[in-house]
Design a protein around this ligand. Structure first.
Ligand code: TTP
Ligand code: MG
Length: 350
């Protein structure tokens, strides 16, 4: 049993939350339209702007032509990233078995928390409610027997939708969908299928009329399409893998022998590495320091442990010792320094 979640007009909704006066009026997030001469594209638009035919990927100049009165905002990636991280924290409360797809989208394996589809609906309701309460944002959710149908389900009732498709209903559920609603079937494949069937505006049930042999004339993807239009999708949840290590490097603007500058930079890099590593909640087993000189000679030194709790002071103390061991034996100006910590394996993965 798979749950697919996708936030509604994500970037735009976050901006509306930060600035409620944008609600109810066309809002476009993307590059600067510059009174119609701007380059670049629309990242997303709210549902009011979509009524004017303004969608992700459209040139921003075209969006400007479609509605000059709309509000145009630049992409505030940092804000969406932070919001996304908090949403994923909420998702993790429900299931650790999830696959993040993008900032606003994920698949969750919910078999451990829902015995049947009515329990699954309750899980979905709770997830939606918690995200709304904590983040003041709506999302759309689909639940089904596999990833493909769960995604079609979540897309089918946007915004703020919740669609549960039981296995016995899934074949019928996808029959009436447009063929391009099947994930992975893009405009090019759609066109090929239209040619094969000599028909436009294809629905999933139309494509079912094609034999596997006929579909194979489209190449490798043929048998995939044959399965998909029958509701079959064997792909599994790809769990978020913990990184094996985290490292940061800095190339100096100019090669330097200024030890104060080198040490200060090293301290900054250590802090950055620590802040990223902290999220992983893993012990470390190795610290590696890298140093590149003006002639590109590169030296690395490392120290290993069995299992060391993550601690910024500890990483700095051990790291700087390694760095000094390199510096006291080499007198050339330095081009680059870096530090990396390697994690012990996550016990769940053993
Ligand atoms: P989507 O989930 O595809 O779109 P959306 O959340 O804006 O709208 P919907 O309600 O239909 O799900 O993408 C999530 C975010 O990713 C979107 O808010 C902005 C960003 N994005 C881009 O920057 N460029 C793109 O081409 C697309 C598709 C999305
Ligand atoms: Mg979305």
């Amino acid at each position: 049993m798979i749950l697919h979640i996708d936030m509604d007009c994500f970037f735009a909704q976050v901006e509306e939350r930060e600035n409620p006066r944008f609600r109810g009026i066309p809002l476009i997030i993307g590059s600067d339209p510059k009174d119609g001469s701007g380059r670049g594209v629309v990242s997303t638009s709210n549902y009011e702007a979509r009524k004017f035919g303004i969608y992700s990927g459209m040139p921003i100049s075209k969006a400007y032509k479609a509605n000059k009165e709309a509000i145009f905002l630049p992409v505030n990636q940092n804000l969406y990233q932070k919001t996304s991280q908090r949403i994923f924290k909420i998702i993790e409360l429900f299931s650790k078995d999830y696959q993040p797809v993008s900032l606003d989208e994920a698949y969750l394996d919910i078999k451990k928390i829902a015995k049947n589809y009515s329990e699954a609906r309750k899980v979905a309701e709770k997830l939606k409610e918690l995200i709304l309460r904590k983040e003041n944002l709506t999302c759309s959710v689909g639940v089904a027997q596999n990833k493909m149908i769960a995604k079609i389900a979540s897309e089918s009732d946007k915004p703020n939708g919740l669609v549960v498709v039981k296995p016995k209903d899934s074949f019928k559920f996808i029959s009436e969908k447009k063929i391009k609603e099947i994930p992975g079937i893009g405009p090019k494949t759609e066109l090929q299928l239209e040619e094969l069937l000599q028909k436009k505006n294809l629905k999933v049930k139309d494509v079912r009329a094609l034999s596997e042999n006929q579909l194979n004339s489209l190449g490798k993807k043929g048998s995939d399409i044959y399965q998909k239009v029958r509701g079959i999708d064997g792909s599994s949840i790809e769990l978020k893998r913990k990184p094996k290590s985290v490292g940061k490097e800095k190339t100096f603007e100019e090669d330097t022998s200024d030890s104060k500058k080198i040490i200060e930079t090293f301290k900054k890099l250590t802090k950055e590495v620590f802040l990223i590593s902290e999220k992983e909640k893993l012990d470390i087993e190795k610290i590696t320091v890298i140093c590149r000189f003006d002639n590109f000679k590169t030296i690395t030194k490392q120290i290993s442990f069995f299992a060391q709790k993550l601690d910024e002071g500890f990483i700095y103390k051990k790291g700087v010792k390694l760095l000094l061991r390199i510096l006291t034996k080499n007198y050339r100006p330095i081009r680059l320094i870096g530090i990396r910590v390697s994690f012990k394996k996550n016990p769940d993965e053993l």
